[in-house]
Design a protein around this ligand. Structure first.
Ligand code: NAD
Length: 507
Protein backbone atom coordinates (compact mmCIF):
# COMPACT_ATOMS: atom_id res chain seq x y z
CA UNK A 1 0.00 0.00 0.00
CA UNK A 2 3.01 2.35 0.36
CA UNK A 3 2.54 5.16 -2.12
CA UNK A 4 5.65 7.13 -2.99
CA UNK A 5 5.58 10.86 -3.72
CA UNK A 6 8.05 13.67 -4.18
CA UNK A 7 8.72 15.03 -0.69
CA UNK A 8 10.58 18.19 -1.82
CA UNK A 9 7.74 19.09 -4.14
CA UNK A 10 5.07 18.38 -1.51
CA UNK A 11 6.75 20.61 1.07
CA UNK A 12 8.11 23.23 -1.33
CA UNK A 13 5.99 25.95 0.32
CA UNK A 14 7.53 25.25 3.73
CA UNK A 15 7.12 23.11 6.81
CA UNK A 16 4.95 25.21 9.08
CA UNK A 17 1.21 24.67 8.98
CA UNK A 18 -0.49 27.74 10.39
CA UNK A 19 -4.13 28.82 9.96
CA UNK A 20 -4.73 26.24 7.25
CA UNK A 21 -1.72 27.21 5.14
CA UNK A 22 1.74 25.81 4.55
CA UNK A 23 4.35 28.50 5.12
CA UNK A 24 8.13 28.56 5.60
CA UNK A 25 9.68 28.95 9.04
CA UNK A 26 11.41 32.19 9.97
CA UNK A 27 14.15 30.90 12.27
CA UNK A 28 17.75 31.37 11.15
CA UNK A 29 18.15 27.65 11.65
CA UNK A 30 17.90 25.28 8.69
CA UNK A 31 16.93 21.69 9.44
CA UNK A 32 17.26 18.59 7.29
CA UNK A 33 15.04 15.53 7.38
CA UNK A 34 17.35 12.57 6.78
CA UNK A 35 16.59 9.04 5.58
CA UNK A 36 18.18 6.97 8.37
CA UNK A 37 18.41 3.93 6.10
CA UNK A 38 21.01 5.66 3.92
CA UNK A 39 21.98 8.91 5.61
CA UNK A 40 20.73 10.80 2.52
CA UNK A 41 18.94 14.14 2.97
CA UNK A 42 15.21 14.00 2.25
CA UNK A 43 14.16 17.59 2.84
CA UNK A 44 15.96 20.78 3.88
CA UNK A 45 13.76 23.45 5.46
CA UNK A 46 13.69 26.58 7.60
CA UNK A 47 12.82 25.77 11.21
CA UNK A 48 10.13 27.47 13.25
CA UNK A 49 11.26 30.25 15.54
CA UNK A 50 9.42 32.06 18.31
CA UNK A 51 7.63 34.29 15.76
CA UNK A 52 6.18 31.24 13.97
CA UNK A 53 5.07 29.75 17.27
CA UNK A 54 3.40 33.04 18.14
CA UNK A 55 1.62 33.13 14.77
CA UNK A 56 0.43 29.54 15.23
CA UNK A 57 -0.85 30.20 18.75
CA UNK A 58 -2.65 33.32 17.50
CA UNK A 59 -4.29 31.27 14.75
CA UNK A 60 -5.37 28.69 17.32
CA UNK A 61 -6.71 31.41 19.63
CA UNK A 62 -8.66 33.04 16.78
CA UNK A 63 -10.18 29.70 15.77
CA UNK A 64 -11.18 28.80 19.31
CA UNK A 65 -14.56 30.56 19.77
CA UNK A 66 -16.04 29.11 16.60
CA UNK A 67 -14.68 25.57 17.13
CA UNK A 68 -15.50 25.48 20.85
CA UNK A 69 -18.98 26.77 20.01
CA UNK A 70 -19.66 24.10 17.39
CA UNK A 71 -21.98 21.34 18.55
CA UNK A 72 -20.40 18.01 19.46
CA UNK A 73 -22.21 16.59 16.45
CA UNK A 74 -20.67 19.17 14.11
CA UNK A 75 -17.18 18.44 15.45
CA UNK A 76 -17.81 14.73 15.15
CA UNK A 77 -18.99 15.04 11.54
CA UNK A 78 -15.92 17.06 10.60
CA UNK A 79 -13.66 14.48 12.22
CA UNK A 80 -15.36 11.63 10.38
CA UNK A 81 -14.64 13.50 7.12
CA UNK A 82 -11.04 13.89 8.31
CA UNK A 83 -10.85 10.13 8.88
CA UNK A 84 -12.12 9.54 5.35
CA UNK A 85 -9.52 11.90 3.87
CA UNK A 86 -6.75 10.22 5.85
CA UNK A 87 -7.88 6.82 4.58
CA UNK A 88 -7.35 8.15 1.04
CA UNK A 89 -3.85 9.25 2.07
CA UNK A 90 -2.95 6.02 3.90
CA UNK A 91 -0.37 4.91 1.31
CA UNK A 92 1.40 8.26 1.28
CA UNK A 93 1.38 8.45 5.06
CA UNK A 94 2.95 4.98 5.27
CA UNK A 95 5.60 6.04 2.76
CA UNK A 96 6.51 9.25 4.59
CA UNK A 97 6.53 7.53 7.98
CA UNK A 98 8.88 4.79 6.80
CA UNK A 99 11.07 7.28 4.96
CA UNK A 100 11.65 9.65 7.87
CA UNK A 101 11.86 7.01 10.63
CA UNK A 102 13.35 4.02 8.82
CA UNK A 103 10.42 1.80 9.80
CA UNK A 104 9.94 -1.35 7.73
CA UNK A 105 6.99 -0.71 5.47
CA UNK A 106 4.96 -3.51 7.06
CA UNK A 107 5.14 -1.69 10.40
CA UNK A 108 3.92 1.60 8.92
CA UNK A 109 1.27 -0.15 6.84
CA UNK A 110 -0.03 -2.51 9.50
CA UNK A 111 0.49 -0.61 12.74
CA UNK A 112 1.27 3.12 12.58
CA UNK A 113 -1.16 4.18 9.87
CA UNK A 114 -4.18 1.97 10.65
CA UNK A 115 -3.78 2.64 14.37
CA UNK A 116 -3.81 6.39 13.75
CA UNK A 117 -6.80 6.15 11.43
CA UNK A 118 -8.71 4.16 14.02
CA UNK A 119 -7.92 6.88 16.52
CA UNK A 120 -9.55 9.49 14.31
CA UNK A 121 -12.73 7.43 14.08
CA UNK A 122 -12.67 6.75 17.81
CA UNK A 123 -12.34 10.43 18.78
CA UNK A 124 -14.92 11.47 16.17
CA UNK A 125 -17.29 9.27 18.20
CA UNK A 126 -15.96 10.45 21.57
CA UNK A 127 -16.70 14.07 20.61
CA UNK A 128 -20.42 13.34 21.14
CA UNK A 129 -20.03 11.67 24.49
CA UNK A 130 -19.59 14.23 27.28
CA UNK A 131 -19.74 12.09 30.39
CA UNK A 132 -20.28 13.23 33.95
CA UNK A 133 -22.34 12.91 37.13
CA UNK A 134 -26.08 13.29 36.50
CA UNK A 135 -27.69 16.66 37.23
CA UNK A 136 -29.84 16.41 40.38
CA UNK A 137 -30.95 18.21 43.57
CA UNK A 138 -28.11 16.90 45.71
CA UNK A 139 -28.50 19.72 48.31
CA UNK A 140 -32.26 19.47 48.27
CA UNK A 141 -32.63 23.15 47.31
CA UNK A 142 -30.43 23.49 44.27
CA UNK A 143 -30.04 21.76 40.99
CA UNK A 144 -26.42 20.82 40.44
CA UNK A 145 -25.21 20.19 36.92
CA UNK A 146 -21.81 19.52 35.43
CA UNK A 147 -20.55 21.19 32.29
CA UNK A 148 -17.56 19.69 30.51
CA UNK A 149 -15.84 22.51 28.62
CA UNK A 150 -12.78 22.84 26.40
CA UNK A 151 -9.66 24.27 27.98
CA UNK A 152 -8.46 26.60 25.22
CA UNK A 153 -5.34 26.53 23.09
CA UNK A 154 -3.31 23.38 23.65
CA UNK A 155 0.46 23.39 23.09
CA UNK A 156 1.74 19.93 22.32
CA UNK A 157 5.26 18.55 21.85
CA UNK A 158 5.86 15.06 20.45
CA UNK A 159 8.75 12.61 19.92
CA UNK A 160 10.09 10.91 16.78
CA UNK A 161 9.42 7.25 17.43
CA UNK A 162 5.80 7.09 16.19
CA UNK A 163 5.31 10.57 14.69
CA UNK A 164 1.90 10.00 13.11
CA UNK A 165 0.48 8.15 16.10
CA UNK A 166 1.85 10.76 18.47
CA UNK A 167 0.22 13.53 16.41
CA UNK A 168 -3.03 11.55 16.51
CA UNK A 169 -2.84 10.92 20.26
CA UNK A 170 -2.22 14.60 20.98
CA UNK A 171 -4.40 16.37 18.44
CA UNK A 172 -7.52 14.21 18.30
CA UNK A 173 -8.80 14.25 21.89
CA UNK A 174 -7.98 17.97 22.07
CA UNK A 175 -9.99 18.99 19.02
CA UNK A 176 -12.78 16.48 19.70
CA UNK A 177 -13.32 18.29 23.00
CA UNK A 178 -13.50 21.71 21.30
CA UNK A 179 -9.96 22.95 21.89
CA UNK A 180 -7.59 24.18 19.22
CA UNK A 181 -3.98 23.07 19.10
CA UNK A 182 -0.41 23.86 18.07
CA UNK A 183 1.70 20.71 17.79
CA UNK A 184 5.47 20.62 17.55
CA UNK A 185 6.61 17.25 16.23
CA UNK A 186 10.20 16.13 16.64
CA UNK A 187 12.64 18.01 14.39
CA UNK A 188 13.74 14.61 13.05
CA UNK A 189 10.31 13.56 11.81
CA UNK A 190 7.96 16.42 10.83
CA UNK A 191 6.46 15.02 7.60
CA UNK A 192 3.45 12.97 8.66
CA UNK A 193 2.29 15.50 11.27
CA UNK A 194 2.15 18.11 8.50
CA UNK A 195 0.20 15.75 6.23
CA UNK A 196 -2.16 14.93 9.10
CA UNK A 197 -2.92 18.64 9.69
CA UNK A 198 -3.33 19.42 6.01
CA UNK A 199 -5.84 16.58 5.72
CA UNK A 200 -7.89 18.22 8.48
CA UNK A 201 -8.22 21.38 6.37
CA UNK A 202 -9.05 19.34 3.28
CA UNK A 203 -11.82 17.67 5.29
CA UNK A 204 -13.35 21.01 6.23
CA UNK A 205 -11.99 21.48 9.73
CA UNK A 206 -11.71 25.25 10.11
CA UNK A 207 -8.37 27.00 9.64
CA UNK A 208 -6.43 27.43 12.85
CA UNK A 209 -7.94 24.44 14.69
CA UNK A 210 -4.86 22.28 13.97
CA UNK A 211 -1.49 24.01 13.54
CA UNK A 212 1.97 22.49 13.25
CA UNK A 213 5.29 24.17 13.94
CA UNK A 214 8.42 22.25 13.05
CA UNK A 215 11.54 23.30 14.87
CA UNK A 216 13.87 22.31 17.65
CA UNK A 217 12.90 21.71 21.26
CA UNK A 218 15.10 24.49 22.57
CA UNK A 219 13.71 27.12 20.19
CA UNK A 220 10.18 26.27 19.02
CA UNK A 221 9.38 23.80 21.84
CA UNK A 222 10.23 26.15 24.68
CA UNK A 223 8.50 29.09 22.97
CA UNK A 224 5.33 27.01 22.67
CA UNK A 225 5.34 25.69 26.22
CA UNK A 226 6.02 29.16 27.64
CA UNK A 227 3.50 30.99 25.44
CA UNK A 228 1.04 32.93 27.63
CA UNK A 229 -1.96 32.03 25.42
CA UNK A 230 -1.33 28.29 25.72
CA UNK A 231 -3.65 27.00 28.42
CA UNK A 232 -2.47 23.40 28.54
CA UNK A 233 0.75 21.65 27.61
CA UNK A 234 0.66 18.08 26.48
CA UNK A 235 4.03 16.41 26.02
CA UNK A 236 5.31 12.99 25.02
CA UNK A 237 9.03 12.37 25.20
CA UNK A 238 11.84 11.66 27.61
CA UNK A 239 11.54 12.08 31.34
CA UNK A 240 14.38 14.62 31.39
CA UNK A 241 12.69 16.93 28.87
CA UNK A 242 9.33 16.36 30.57
CA UNK A 243 10.78 17.72 33.81
CA UNK A 244 12.10 20.79 32.00
CA UNK A 245 8.70 21.35 30.39
CA UNK A 246 7.03 21.01 33.79
CA UNK A 247 9.26 23.78 35.14
CA UNK A 248 8.48 26.13 32.24
CA UNK A 249 4.74 25.43 32.40
CA UNK A 250 4.67 26.15 36.12
CA UNK A 251 6.30 29.58 35.79
CA UNK A 252 5.90 32.74 33.70
CA UNK A 253 2.89 35.01 33.24
CA UNK A 254 0.44 32.14 32.76
CA UNK A 255 1.64 30.04 35.69
CA UNK A 256 0.28 26.59 36.52
CA UNK A 257 -0.80 25.53 33.04
CA UNK A 258 -2.47 22.19 32.90
CA UNK A 259 0.15 19.53 32.14
CA UNK A 260 -0.09 16.15 30.49
CA UNK A 261 3.22 14.25 30.48
CA UNK A 262 3.82 10.92 28.74
CA UNK A 263 7.43 10.10 29.50
CA UNK A 264 10.01 7.36 29.26
CA UNK A 265 9.65 3.67 30.06
CA UNK A 266 11.71 0.60 30.94
CA UNK A 267 9.16 -2.16 30.74
CA UNK A 268 9.76 -5.41 32.63
CA UNK A 269 8.83 -8.74 31.07
CA UNK A 270 8.19 -11.19 33.90
CA UNK A 271 8.26 -14.90 33.09
CA UNK A 272 7.14 -17.36 35.78
CA UNK A 273 8.34 -20.95 35.74
CA UNK A 274 4.99 -22.37 34.55
CA UNK A 275 4.88 -20.09 31.47
CA UNK A 276 4.83 -21.34 27.88
CA UNK A 277 8.50 -20.53 27.22
CA UNK A 278 8.18 -20.71 23.46
CA UNK A 279 5.36 -18.15 23.55
CA UNK A 280 7.28 -16.00 26.03
CA UNK A 281 10.42 -16.05 23.85
CA UNK A 282 8.43 -15.00 20.77
CA UNK A 283 6.71 -12.31 22.84
CA UNK A 284 10.02 -11.03 24.20
CA UNK A 285 11.67 -10.78 20.80
CA UNK A 286 8.68 -9.06 19.18
CA UNK A 287 8.16 -6.85 22.25
CA UNK A 288 11.82 -5.84 22.41
CA UNK A 289 12.38 -5.28 18.70
CA UNK A 290 9.20 -3.59 17.49
CA UNK A 291 10.13 -0.29 15.86
CA UNK A 292 13.78 -1.29 16.46
CA UNK A 293 13.11 -1.10 20.18
CA UNK A 294 12.30 2.62 19.92
CA UNK A 295 9.05 2.14 21.76
CA UNK A 296 8.37 3.55 25.20
CA UNK A 297 6.60 0.32 26.20
CA UNK A 298 9.11 -2.08 24.57
CA UNK A 299 10.16 -5.12 26.58
CA UNK A 300 13.58 -4.16 27.93
CA UNK A 301 14.14 -6.24 31.08
CA UNK A 302 13.18 -9.92 30.97
CA UNK A 303 13.07 -11.50 34.44
CA UNK A 304 12.78 -15.26 34.15
CA UNK A 305 12.27 -17.71 37.01
CA UNK A 306 15.49 -19.62 37.43
CA UNK A 307 14.38 -23.15 36.38
CA UNK A 308 13.40 -21.81 32.94
CA UNK A 309 16.00 -19.06 32.57
CA UNK A 310 18.54 -20.81 30.35
CA UNK A 311 15.84 -22.26 28.09
CA UNK A 312 14.42 -18.73 27.65
CA UNK A 313 17.83 -17.14 26.93
CA UNK A 314 18.63 -19.75 24.29
CA UNK A 315 15.22 -19.41 22.62
CA UNK A 316 15.40 -15.59 22.55
CA UNK A 317 18.94 -15.55 21.15
CA UNK A 318 17.99 -18.06 18.45
CA UNK A 319 14.93 -16.05 17.46
CA UNK A 320 16.80 -12.74 17.44
CA UNK A 321 19.26 -14.20 14.95
CA UNK A 322 16.37 -14.95 12.55
CA UNK A 323 15.19 -11.33 12.41
CA UNK A 324 16.09 -9.84 9.03
CA UNK A 325 17.63 -6.37 9.02
CA UNK A 326 17.07 -4.52 5.78
CA UNK A 327 16.01 -1.44 3.88
CA UNK A 328 12.61 -0.14 5.03
CA UNK A 329 10.93 -0.59 1.62
CA UNK A 330 12.58 -3.89 0.66
CA UNK A 331 10.54 -7.07 0.67
CA UNK A 332 11.46 -9.36 3.53
CA UNK A 333 12.70 -6.67 5.91
CA UNK A 334 11.77 -7.25 9.53
CA UNK A 335 13.82 -4.51 11.14
CA UNK A 336 14.91 -1.17 9.72
CA UNK A 337 17.52 1.26 10.98
CA UNK A 338 17.22 3.35 14.12
CA UNK A 339 15.96 6.90 13.68
CA UNK A 340 19.37 8.53 13.26
CA UNK A 341 23.06 7.75 13.26
CA UNK A 342 23.48 9.76 16.47
CA UNK A 343 20.83 7.65 18.19
CA UNK A 344 22.36 4.42 16.89
CA UNK A 345 25.70 5.50 18.36
CA UNK A 346 24.00 6.24 21.68
CA UNK A 347 22.48 2.73 21.73
CA UNK A 348 25.85 1.19 20.77
CA UNK A 349 27.46 3.13 23.63
CA UNK A 350 25.14 1.45 26.15
CA UNK A 351 26.06 -1.97 24.81
CA UNK A 352 29.81 -1.25 24.68
CA UNK A 353 29.77 -0.13 28.31
CA UNK A 354 27.75 -3.23 29.23
CA UNK A 355 30.56 -5.45 27.92
CA UNK A 356 32.52 -4.32 30.98
CA UNK A 357 30.07 -5.91 33.42
CA UNK A 358 27.76 -8.24 31.45
CA UNK A 359 27.67 -10.72 28.58
CA UNK A 360 26.48 -9.87 25.07
CA UNK A 361 24.87 -13.15 23.93
CA UNK A 362 23.96 -12.04 20.43
CA UNK A 363 24.07 -8.79 18.43
CA UNK A 364 25.98 -5.89 19.90
CA UNK A 365 27.12 -4.46 16.59
CA UNK A 366 26.11 -2.48 13.55
CA UNK A 367 25.92 -4.56 10.36
CA UNK A 368 28.31 -3.89 7.50
CA UNK A 369 27.93 -4.56 3.79
CA UNK A 370 24.92 -3.03 2.07
CA UNK A 371 23.58 -1.66 5.35
CA UNK A 372 26.79 0.03 6.48
CA UNK A 373 25.62 3.56 5.57
CA UNK A 374 22.36 3.29 7.49
CA UNK A 375 21.73 3.71 11.22
CA UNK A 376 21.29 -0.03 11.72
CA UNK A 377 21.97 -2.04 14.85
CA UNK A 378 21.65 -5.78 15.32
CA UNK A 379 19.09 -7.26 17.73
CA UNK A 380 20.98 -7.64 20.99
CA UNK A 381 20.52 -9.87 24.03
CA UNK A 382 22.48 -9.16 27.20
CA UNK A 383 22.76 -11.43 30.26
CA UNK A 384 24.61 -11.32 33.56
CA UNK A 385 24.02 -7.60 34.06
CA UNK A 386 23.53 -6.53 37.67
CA UNK A 387 20.10 -5.15 38.53
CA UNK A 388 21.57 -1.74 39.35
CA UNK A 389 23.58 -1.44 36.09
CA UNK A 390 22.69 1.24 33.53
CA UNK A 391 21.60 -1.29 30.89
CA UNK A 392 18.92 -2.55 33.32
CA UNK A 393 17.99 0.82 34.82
CA UNK A 394 18.13 3.33 31.98
CA UNK A 395 16.10 3.74 28.80
CA UNK A 396 18.28 2.49 25.89
CA UNK A 397 15.53 2.93 23.26
CA UNK A 398 17.05 0.46 20.82
CA UNK A 399 16.81 -3.25 19.90
CA UNK A 400 18.39 -4.39 23.16
CA UNK A 401 16.94 -6.78 25.73
CA UNK A 402 18.54 -7.66 29.08
CA UNK A 403 17.61 -11.00 30.66
CA UNK A 404 17.99 -11.71 34.38
CA UNK A 405 16.98 -14.69 36.52
CA UNK A 406 14.88 -14.60 39.72
CA UNK A 407 13.92 -17.20 42.33
CA UNK A 408 10.67 -16.48 44.19
CA UNK A 409 7.53 -14.77 42.90
CA UNK A 410 8.04 -12.05 45.49
CA UNK A 411 11.51 -11.37 44.14
CA UNK A 412 10.35 -11.26 40.50
CA UNK A 413 7.59 -8.80 41.30
CA UNK A 414 9.95 -6.60 43.30
CA UNK A 415 12.48 -6.56 40.45
CA UNK A 416 9.78 -5.63 37.94
CA UNK A 417 9.15 -2.41 39.90
CA UNK A 418 12.81 -1.68 40.57
CA UNK A 419 13.38 1.25 38.19
CA UNK A 420 11.99 4.79 38.44
CA UNK A 421 9.70 4.12 35.45
CA UNK A 422 6.15 2.73 35.40
CA UNK A 423 4.77 2.86 31.88
CA UNK A 424 4.11 -0.79 31.00
CA UNK A 425 4.91 -4.36 32.01
CA UNK A 426 3.96 -7.90 31.13
CA UNK A 427 3.60 -11.13 33.11
CA UNK A 428 3.78 -14.60 31.58
CA UNK A 429 2.22 -17.60 33.34
CA UNK A 430 -0.57 -20.16 32.95
CA UNK A 431 -1.62 -19.62 36.58
CA UNK A 432 -4.41 -17.05 36.98
CA UNK A 433 -3.46 -16.37 40.58
CA UNK A 434 0.08 -15.46 39.58
CA UNK A 435 -0.99 -13.27 36.65
CA UNK A 436 -3.72 -11.71 38.78
CA UNK A 437 -1.17 -10.81 41.45
CA UNK A 438 1.18 -9.34 38.84
CA UNK A 439 -1.66 -7.26 37.37
CA UNK A 440 -2.56 -5.92 40.81
CA UNK A 441 0.90 -5.30 42.20
CA UNK A 442 3.11 -4.03 39.35
CA UNK A 443 3.13 -0.24 39.47
CA UNK A 444 2.71 0.63 35.78
CA UNK A 445 0.02 2.19 33.60
CA UNK A 446 -0.45 -1.02 31.60
CA UNK A 447 0.10 -4.67 32.49
CA UNK A 448 -0.23 -7.24 29.72
CA UNK A 449 -0.83 -10.86 30.58
CA UNK A 450 0.80 -13.34 28.18
CA UNK A 451 1.45 -10.66 25.58
CA UNK A 452 3.42 -7.42 25.30
CA UNK A 453 2.82 -4.32 23.09
CA UNK A 454 -0.77 -4.33 21.72
CA UNK A 455 -2.65 -1.07 22.18
CA UNK A 456 -6.18 -0.11 21.27
CA UNK A 457 -8.01 3.20 20.80
CA UNK A 458 -10.62 2.43 23.48
CA UNK A 459 -8.07 1.85 26.25
CA UNK A 460 -5.83 4.38 28.02
CA UNK A 461 -2.08 4.59 27.50
CA UNK A 462 0.01 6.40 30.07
CA UNK A 463 2.40 6.07 32.94
CA UNK A 464 2.85 5.82 36.66
CA UNK A 465 5.81 7.32 38.55
CA UNK A 466 8.68 8.74 36.37
CA UNK A 467 6.76 7.70 33.24
CA UNK A 468 4.51 10.72 33.81
CA UNK A 469 0.80 11.22 34.21
CA UNK A 470 -2.19 11.71 32.00
CA UNK A 471 -3.57 9.23 29.51
CA UNK A 472 -3.46 9.10 25.73
CA UNK A 473 -6.22 7.40 23.70
CA UNK A 474 -9.57 6.32 25.21
CA UNK A 475 -12.30 8.35 26.89
CA UNK A 476 -9.85 9.15 29.69
CA UNK A 477 -7.69 11.12 27.29
CA UNK A 478 -10.73 12.99 25.92
CA UNK A 479 -11.60 14.00 29.49
CA UNK A 480 -8.09 15.34 30.08
CA UNK A 481 -8.62 17.94 27.39
CA UNK A 482 -11.77 19.21 29.11
CA UNK A 483 -12.38 21.11 32.30
CA UNK A 484 -15.30 20.51 34.57
CA UNK A 485 -17.62 23.27 35.71
CA UNK A 486 -20.20 22.77 38.44
CA UNK A 487 -23.31 24.92 37.91
CA UNK A 488 -25.51 25.12 41.04
CA UNK A 489 -28.92 26.78 40.69
CA UNK A 490 -30.97 27.72 43.76
CA UNK A 491 -34.56 26.53 43.30
CA UNK A 492 -36.63 28.03 46.19
CA UNK A 493 -36.26 31.78 45.55
CA UNK A 494 -36.13 32.35 49.37
CA UNK A 495 -34.56 35.63 50.52
CA UNK A 496 -32.99 34.01 53.57
CA UNK A 497 -31.47 30.68 52.78
CA UNK A 498 -31.04 28.19 55.56
CA UNK A 499 -27.25 28.31 55.44
CA UNK A 500 -27.17 32.17 55.89
CA UNK A 501 -27.39 31.74 59.67
CA UNK A 502 -23.75 30.67 59.67
CA UNK A 503 -23.06 34.33 58.81
CA UNK A 504 -25.92 36.28 60.47
CA UNK A 505 -28.96 35.60 62.71
CA UNK A 506 -30.19 32.50 64.60
CA UNK A 507 -32.49 29.68 63.57
P1 NAD B 1 12.85 14.00 23.66
O1 NAD B 1 12.35 14.20 25.06
O2 NAD B 1 14.27 14.23 23.39
O3 NAD B 1 12.07 14.98 22.67
C1 NAD B 1 10.66 14.96 22.58
C2 NAD B 1 10.19 16.27 21.99
O4 NAD B 1 10.53 17.31 22.91
C3 NAD B 1 10.84 16.64 20.66
O5 NAD B 1 9.86 17.25 19.84
C4 NAD B 1 11.88 17.67 21.06
O6 NAD B 1 12.17 18.60 20.05
C5 NAD B 1 11.18 18.37 22.21
N1 NAD B 1 12.03 19.07 23.17
C6 NAD B 1 13.31 18.79 23.51
N2 NAD B 1 13.74 19.69 24.43
C7 NAD B 1 12.73 20.53 24.67
C8 NAD B 1 12.55 21.67 25.52
N3 NAD B 1 13.54 22.10 26.32
N4 NAD B 1 11.36 22.32 25.52
C9 NAD B 1 10.35 21.89 24.73
N5 NAD B 1 10.45 20.83 23.90
C10 NAD B 1 11.62 20.15 23.88
O7 NAD B 1 12.36 12.55 23.24
P2 NAD B 1 12.63 11.80 21.87
O8 NAD B 1 14.06 11.39 21.87
O9 NAD B 1 12.08 12.58 20.74
O10 NAD B 1 11.68 10.51 22.04
C11 NAD B 1 12.02 9.42 22.80
C12 NAD B 1 11.43 9.52 24.20
O11 NAD B 1 10.01 9.63 24.13
C13 NAD B 1 11.70 8.28 25.03
O12 NAD B 1 12.06 8.68 26.33
C14 NAD B 1 10.35 7.57 25.04
O13 NAD B 1 10.15 6.71 26.13
C15 NAD B 1 9.42 8.71 25.05
N6 NAD B 1 8.08 8.30 24.61
C16 NAD B 1 7.09 8.15 25.54
C17 NAD B 1 5.82 7.73 25.15
C18 NAD B 1 4.72 7.58 26.16
O14 NAD B 1 3.59 7.40 25.76
N7 NAD B 1 4.99 7.64 27.44
C19 NAD B 1 5.56 7.49 23.81
C20 NAD B 1 6.59 7.65 22.88
C21 NAD B 1 7.86 8.07 23.29
Amino acid sequence: MVQRFDVSERFAAGTQYIAGKTVPGTSDLRLTVVDPATGAPVLGHRAAGAADVDAAVRAARDALPHWAGATPGERSDAMHRWAARLRELAGELAYAESLQCGKPRKLSEEFDVPGSLDNVSFFAGAARHLSGVAAAEYSGEHTSAVRREPIGVIGSVAPWNYPLQMAAWKVLPAVAAGNTIVLKPSELTPLTSLMFARAATEAGIPDGVVNIVTGTGGEAGEALVAHPDVAMVSFTGSTAVGRRIGEIAASGPRAAKRLHLELGGKAPFLVFDDADIEAAAHGAVAGALINSGQDCTAATRAYVQRPRYQEFVTAVADLMRTVRLGAPFADGTDLGPLVSHAHRDRVAGFVERARGYARVVTGGEAPGGELADGAYYRPTLITDAPQDSEIVQQEVFGPVLAALPFDTDDEGLALADDTPYGLAASAWSRDVFRTGRAAREIRAGCVWINDHIPIISEMPHGGYRASGYGKDMSAYSFEEYTQIKHVMTENTGAVRKDWHRTVFGDR
